[in-house]
Design a protein around this ligand. Sequence first.
Ligand code: GLY
Length: 548
Amino acid sequence: MLPGPFHPRRTSQAAGRVAALVAAALCATLLTGPAQPAGAAPPEAPAAAAHDQARWAKARAFALHQLAATDRHLARGRYPVTAHPDVPWRTEGSSSWMAGFFPGQLWLAYEATGNPTWAARARARQRDLRWRRFDTSTHDLGFVMLDSFGQASRLTGDPRARRVVLDSAASLASRWVPVAHTLRSWQGPPGQVTVIVDNMVNLELLFWGADHGGPAAWREMALEHALTTRDQLVRPDGSTWHAVRFDEQTGERVWRGNIGGARDDSTWARGQAWAVYGYTVAYRETGDPRMLEVARRTARFALSHLPADGVPYWDYAVPVTRRTPRDSSAGAVLASALLELGAIDPDAGLRARYRRAGLHTLRTLTGPRFSAQGSGSRSVLLHGRASPRTPDAGTVYGDYYLLEALQRAQLVPSTRRALRVVRAGASRAAAHHPGRAVLDHSATSRWSASWRAGAAAAALRLDLGRVRRVSGVSVAFWQGDARATRLRILTSVTGRRWSVARTVVSSGGSSAQETYDVPDRRARFVRLIGLGGSAGRRIDLTTVRVRG
Ligand code: GLY
């Protein structure tokens, strides 16, 4: 069946939530004060945290060393896939589902260091992937295009990269199968549509597209796909099946089980990690409590079935002996997902639990058992499991998610001093969406704004007067103890090209300031875009501080 037009089946709680923050024009607002670390991530014991930070810095330095060596030796148009000690990377061409991870790591290295050499390497490596934006033969476009061109757009504001990502989102959306309420993953046996849990991770491309000028229906489509995956592939205890097949004519389920895992009733470890990751992103991008529920449920299953060191065996149900293979890639995906969930879950206790667990797994992955340091392998991690039929190996995706997790581990609420904001006002885009905006001088500075669906570009813009180091943003929300708000933080040196620093969700449990760290960067301008929240179409900020 050909993909058809998209008609949402379920009432979407996200409908109308994509909206604009319309800020009042504010002049010469002075926002200073003592640092108040709070909210976004739980505090860690200072000595342990300092020890960990040194460990992450060392692990990242090794990852960057490996990346540079791989870049030196890799032929143009080839992409690393798996690695073994003392053997060069096995590579694939640009049509591989894994082709985005190497340029993606180069972009993460650029984000971590600010060194333009990494950006140049990333651009050179992603050039041969441009054609994939029109590749409608695969669901893997999120992995391939968001990790490469998507990061280029996020980190540099490059409009050509943005165009490529939008085209890619359109290609992914073309795989919508209305009768089954899902995006097609694999072609499947004749007359059937196959959906795999891995596809949850590609949804971010559709959320991104809907936020960057694509049709709002892409957001609905992604949400609906996530709900179908929840209903078909997530068990009540939070474990997952890997794959489900539907009849293409009727949409009825004809089979489900495991292609990646050990048995149909078992749980493939990487599939489980994709589920935790995908539902965490879906919650971050929609604020929909149904996504949060599945993120928590799948995380709970993983956390209650992991071995003591936090890195899963390749399947959660296989008998464990000394020879049972681990899957470090599943560990890296899971660690990254847990660190993100540990930053955005509205429940402070759960935030702390997820972050602790993510850091624990990360410590094991960066320790002697899994680190490739000294092994002769070109990968960063050892002991991944590309498929049940292939031997133990380093994997390019394990390395990608390890680097992402390291970046997330280093994000703790900034305690640096607040910078003076010399001017604050609505971004240019906001002028086109005037909405309702109030500035209340009586108690605190307060920006109230009503959303308008589709006007996501309107934003509050802060000018620091000159280029400064920026390490975080502290925000207090009016009635912040009663509602969670999603906020995107962007920075710019010139005010023309913007780089996305982070998307956050306020805890919904406090009216005090919450501090959201961002990877250290140089910027003169900071922009906050409201993306909706549990109170629907309103945003009210009482204080904003930019941390130095
Ligand atoms: N399709 C992604 C994976 O094999 O994990």
